[in-house]
Design a protein around this ligand. Structure first.
Ligand code: T46
Length: 140
């Protein structure tokens, strides 16, 4: 599974809270061209239902709790983003669903490329075919 949970470097200022940070190419293995965020979602909302062909992303939840369900056609796993210091790196073709476990949780995503709808695979059968074709090419 091309997905990895990371813990952000975090500074505490006594009595004044925490500051977490990450730097492109230092703390995550790609440059960042785009940041987007998803908010004001009711509890139990499910989003996603797609994979990316080439995009690399870092997902984190600075407020609330969001479950990320991942599937690379061989394995399925789930990661709970429930701490502002926790991040999830997803690289390349991994099918993802996101479930809002707490109302108003915020999902922030740092992405390696500008928005490009043609990088999305929004049909699961197309995703399986894409992964299998890639695998066949690599083993030829
Ligand atoms: C992902 C998960 C974690 C844009 O116009 N620009 C953008 O940068 C993005 C991200 C989306 N859009 C448009 C495309 C759709 O018309 O915004 C609309 C909602 O996007 P979507 O239904 O793909 O949103 P989610 O929450 O299902 O998925 C998003 C990202 O699209 C996706 O890359 O990995 O968050």
């Amino acid at each position: 599974m091309n997905a990895q949970v990371i813990t952000f470097k975090t500074m505490e200022t006594e009595g004044k809270g925490f500051l977490s940070f990450f730097e492109a190419m230092h703390d995550i293995p790609f440059e960042i061209e785009r940041v987007y965020y998803i908010y004001e979602c009711p509890e139990n909302v499910q989003r996603g239902g797609h994979a990316h062909r080439t995009l690399d992303q870092l997902l984190f939840c600075p407020y609330g709790s969001i479950e990320i369900i991942l599937d690379d056609t061989s394995n399925k796993t789930s990661v709970m983003l429930d701490s502002p210091s926790k991040g999830l790196i997803i690289r390349g073709p991994v099918w993802r669903d996101m479930i809002w476990k707490k109302k108003d949780s915020v999902l922030v995503v740092a992405a390696s490329s500008y928005y490009d709808e043609s990088d999305y695979i929004r049909d699961y059968r197309d995703f399986v075919q894409y992964v299998n074709e890639g695998f066949l090419k690599e083993t030829k």
